[in-house]
Ligand binder design. Sequence first.
Ligand code: SF4
Ligand code: SF4
Length: 96
Amino acid sequence: MECTRCGACCVAPDIAALDKPLGLRCPHLTADNLCSVYERRPAVCRAYQPDEVCRLIEAPSLEERVRKYLALFGLTEEAEALQRRGCSSMRQARRG
Ligand code: SF4
Ligand code: SF4
């Protein structure tokens, strides 16, 4: 499986090393879905490999890919609750 640079893995999962909550776009992800800190991205991002999930979540829009990713892992409700409630890291990421 080749990475299509669809951006979903930089938006959907929570990434503790970046204090990035579930379902929120990583502040380092550029508008064209590239990593703006590629050379110094955290180990978890370096270790991430495209796999079957990338194919399963294929969709025309990033929003839809993220939705499919969250549904695949049963995280939809958690992500929605987080977005309703907000959290300090989310507010920080929004400012960033
Ligand atoms: S979800 Fe998969 S295809 Fe999309 S950017 Fe991440 S690794 Fe690449
Ligand atoms: S640091 Fe780069 S590779 Fe890691 S989630 Fe953010 S944009 Fe993606």
